[in-house]
Design a protein around this ligand. Structure first.
Ligand code: FES
Length: 575
């Protein structure tokens, strides 16, 4: 009997003769030029997500090389393997539709291939969540390496970085404030280097949360993609993966209710993307941990927004890195964090914070006493229009719209929105509440980042910059405005948004966490009797059928139901 617990002997292909399986495996791998000495070493798998379609991952080949160097310097055998790669602008209908597929691909490859530990290289929005969902389910020692943020650039005398500025300039173009030639020049300068979006969008949010969660080496969240330090960090990741393999520290020991709470605190303090909640809910669900959204909202009472980054503030990710990266954030939050959580270093978060470089004067990360926004970045809404809940990134709202009543203007689908939003005779004022439905997990499908409903052209050209907007879809972490998201259950399965009619009065009250449809109950029930689901939710075959049959709602992480570990054994946050 062969010990299948180590290195190349792990997970032998089944032929009914283990010795033959190992002999055959070694025969084939020797065709790649490996020696018996190399094949006897601990094996570190490296998930390679390079793709010609993914500029956020353009530096992955160099990172793989650096990780391999780190593994070999520590005496191991690095083995890279490909997985799905997802880029936000290159995934039809939307990258979220494929996140769970990437998670399954990654989990199954970690299980199918022999490896003692795994380095996960991701970066663009859905890739890191997918990899951490996979790591949670596979529960093989794993460490996350991100590609890192892009550098900021310039357009004329303005600093720019994808993608808050992409949206700002597009708004100006739609409003007639810049012309075709100018938007074409801007298009060539918005993404000046390889790497993930240079603001506190979803990719940066996930990177910062992952460092707080303990699944990344300290300092790894903010190093720019094109910096030499990013490669040195990757080399350290390779070496650390060897130690993880030896110590067999597993993701389930690192990702716990306490460490998820730490990550949620960081999400609030960085003014992070609302997508961070969905992804963290899915990751926690893989470990039987439920994210308690009202309790998360309550964390905001003593967790202000500390980081002055776009889209909430003025700076870019390269500024945050120069200001010390996660060190000043974790140091400021230290009284609120669970410091006894184990990290991939084998030490606790508290020990890592104590070991971080000394503080120095900087302008990007504020103290708890002097925050950017006092009341928590993200609020959880209840009410007759919220059903099982909805969220709003209040730190990115216009303050005069935080309480607002207005008539609904309903768009039935993304197509309906595209067809009508710019019509000259659209019956809309700045007080209207724009509603987009059938754009949730099943309705779109894939819960696209369409919640940043454009301001109707006739209002945009008149100078209107923000309106109350409500949808059952998501929003890019780089976007801003008074925008209610993730309304669930979604309209496509009969949630409250399905029953709204244009002209209904809507009441948004963020300070009191309410979102109400001001229509009598008997009228709502009468509308329900004639409601029909949209035809788009049906699928007969392939991945779409698996997706439609199994995807769950926003409050459950939009994961596949059979991938979530139920019944839940714990909740987070626990404070
Ligand atoms: Fe990849 Fe923004 S498009 S991180």
């Amino acid at each position: 009997m062969i010990d299948q617990q180590k290195s190349m002997k792990r997970g032998l292909t089944r032929y009914g003769d283990e010795a033959f399986s190992l002999y055959l495996r070694k025969a084939f791998i020797k065709a790649m030029g490996y020696s018996d000495d190399a094949l006897a070493r601990p094996v570190i798998g490296i998930a390679n997500t390079y793709s010609d379609y993914n500029a956020c991952h353009a530096n992955v080949p160099k990172l793989v090389e650096a990780v391999k160097r780190g593994v070999m310097l520590a005496g191991g055998l690095p083995m890279e393997f490909p997985t799905i790669s997802l880029h936000e602008a290159f995934a039809f209908p939307t990258s979220m539709y494929f996140r769970n597929l990437m998670a399954m691909d990654t989990e199954e490859m970690i299980g199918a291939l022999p490896m003692d530990a795994c380095v996960l290289i991701g970066g663009c929005d859905k890739t890191v969540p997918a990899q951490l969902m996979a790591a949670a389910s596979a529960d093989v020692p794993a460490i996350q390496l991100v590609t890192g943020p892009m550098l900021s650039g310039t357009v004329g005398d303005q600093r720019v970085g994808a993608c808050t500025d992409c949206r700002r300039f597009w708004g100006d173009y739609r409003g007639g404030r810049i012309n075709d030639a100018e938007i074409n020049e801007i298009e060539g300068k918005l993404v000046p280097t390889a790497g993930t979006c240079g603001v506190m969008g979803t990719a940066s949010t996930m990177a910062c949360m992952t460092e707080a969660l303990g699944m990344m080496l300290p300092g790894g969240a903010t190093i720019p993609a094109v910096a030499a330090d990013r490669l040195r960090h990757a080399e350290m990741v390779g070496a650390r993966a060897m130690a993880l393999a030896a110590d067999q520290i597993r993701p389930s020991q690192i990702m716990t209710p306490k460490s998820f709470e730490n990550a949620l605190r960081v999400l609030l303090a960085i003014g992070g993307s609302t997508n961070g909640i969905i992804h963290l809910t899915a990751m926690a669900g893989r470990l039987g941990i439920e994210v308690d959204l009202p309790a998360f909202d309550a964390l905001g009472a003593d967790t202000p927004v500390l980081v002055d980054l776009k889209p909430n503030g003025q700076f870019y990710m390269d500024d945050l890195h120069r200001a010390g990266g996660m060190a000043p954030i974790l140091r400021a939050l230290k009284p609120l964090l669970h410091l006894d959580c184990v990290t991939v270093t084998g030490r606790t978060l508290g020990e890592e914070i104590d070991a971080m470089p000394a503080a120095f004067p900087q302008m990007v990360v504020r103290s708890l006493d002097d925050p950017i926004h006092a009341g928590g970045g993200i609020a959880f809404l209840r009410g007759s229009l919220a059903g099982d809940g909805a969220i709003i990134k209040q730190s990115a709202c216009s303050s005069d719209l935080l309480t607002h009543q207005g008539p609904a203007l309903v768009f039935d689908s993304l197509e309906d929105l595209a067809n009508r939003i710019d019509m000259a005779d659209l019956d809309v004022t700045k007080d209207s509440v724009l509603i987009l439905r059938n754009a949730g997990p099943k309705g779109a499908p894939g819960m696209p980042e369409a919640g940043y409903i454009p301001i109707p052209k006739k209002l945009a050209t008149a100078g209107v910059k923000d309106m109350v907007r409500i949808s059952d879809c998501r929003m890019s972490g780089t976007a801003f405005g008074t925008i209610v998201l993730h309304a669930s259950p979604e309209a496509a399965i009969g949630g409250p948004l399905a029953l709204v009619e244009t002209g209904d009065q809507i009441w948004l009250d963020v300070p009191n966490r309410r979102l109400e449809l001001l229509v009598p109950d008997d009228e709502i029930e009468s509308r329900r009797t004639t409601w029909q689901p949209p035809a788009t939710v049906k699928a007969d075959r392939g991945y779409k059928k698996l997706y439609m049959d199994q995807v769950n709602q926003a409050g459950e992480g939009v994961d596949f139901d059979f991938m979530t570990k139920r019944p839940f054994a714990a909740k987070t946050p626990i404070s």
